[in-house]
Write a protein that binds this ligand. Structure first.
Ligand code: NAP
Length: 309
């Protein structure tokens, strides 16, 4: 287990840093796991505005924190800030887990492993040889794309609003040398455009933050999922009470679906192990998520702090 600083009586701090972050179920999930294992940590959500990540990380270090999770929109900035990167984080150029170790900031990416564990254990979907349609090219999308390439995906179509970012991810996939084909696609403006990008896909991954705010019109309602492969699986990294509009639209078209809270669980379990050196109590963490997602609790607010520029 990670050592506690000399003289510390209180639990060591961990935090998820992002904007928005109020929706995050990481605080109750991790705090339940710390209570169950008797480990001396406490985990909070802190809203960190654009350009404020370094200030937030410095503040956590002053407070003697053990580390942090980093979420939208800071994963790429976290990779720049870390003084050491794991192989996965270096390849993806994105960090979702920071560990503060002997005065250094270590950066890890547990998103790809968490995503693939959910594919394996929950959806029983082997990505080897499959065609992936990936919506998004941000920090989470990068980690997922590189993990899928490492698992032998045949092709990844990167569909992103900002083409430069899509092209940068394609370059990373090709540079990984796994033999995965990769192509950047513009964000479609109409149904025929969506048919072109979705056609023949075996796995459709929604990895943008579009819809995270849960207000306004449903952007996914009319997506022509029926042009995907007959046995296609759809997954949305966004999770929350009431489920995902993206997955509801996919299910209406007959696709199998995998909810993003499974990725949350498994990426969190890996982060827990990095901070504590102890295997995470996954079944207990799953039961916490089930309770909160079913209950529709606005739990993030109760745990949230706010730091924005
Ligand atoms: N379930 C889990 O465990 C888990 C883990 C990680 C992340 N996530 C979720 O995954 C999502 C992405 O996270 P991230 O860290 O990758 O964020 P990020 O680095 O900020 O990337 C955001 C992505 O969303 C796209 N986007 C944002 N607004 C859009 C809009 N109005 N129309 C089209 N595209 C839009 C961005 O496109 P541009 O490049 O054009 O800006 C970019 O591709 C978030 O919702 C996050 O909560 C879930």
């Amino acid at each position: 287990m990670a050592p506690r600083p000399e003289g510390t009586r209180h639990p060591r701090l961990l935090a998820v840093l992002g904007d928005p972050v109020e929706h995050s179920l990481s605080p109750p999930m991790h705090n339940a796991a710390f209570r169950a294992t008797g480990l001396p940590f406490t985990y909070i959500a802190v809203r960190v505005g654009p350009g404020e990540l370094r200030r937030a990380v410095d503040a956590l270090r002053v407070l003697g924190a053990r580390g942090a999770n980093v979420t939208v929109p800071h994963k790429e900035a976290a990779a720049q800030l870390a003084e050491w990167l794991s192989a996965e984080a270096r390849e993806a150029g994105a960090v979702n887990t920071l560990v503060f170790e002997e005065g250094r900031v270590l950066g890890y990416s547990t998103d790809g492993a968490g995503f693939c564990r959910a594919l394996d254990e929950v959806a029983h979907f082997d990505p080897a040889g499959r065609r992936v349609v990936l919506l998004g090219a941000g920090g989470a999308a990068r980690a997922v794309a590189l993990a899928l390439a490492a698992r032998g995906a045949a092709a990844v179509r990167v569909v992103n609003r900002t083409q430069e970012r899509a092209r940068a991810l394609v370059e990373r996939i090709l540079a990984s040398g796994r033999g995965t084909e990769a192509r950047a696609c513009p964000w479609p403006q109409d149904t025929p455009g969506w048919e072109d990008v979705l056609r023949g896909g075996d796995l459709v991954v929604q990895a943008t933050s579009l819809g995270l705010a849960r207000s306004g019109p449903d952007p996914w309602r009319d997506l022509p999922f029926q042009v995907t492969a007959g046995t296609a699986l759809a997954t949305d990294l966004i999770y929350g009470p009431g489920g995902s509009p993206f997955l509801r639209a996919a299910a209406r078209a007959g696709l199998r679906t995998l909810a993003g809270d499974w990725m949350l669980l498994y990426q969190g379990a890996e982060a827990f192990r990095l901070w504590t050196g102890v295997e995470a109590p996954v079944a207990l963490m799953r039961s916490v998520l089930d309770r909160l997602l079913k209950g529709g609790s606005d739990v993030g607010k109760a745990h949230g702090a706010h730091l924005s520029g």
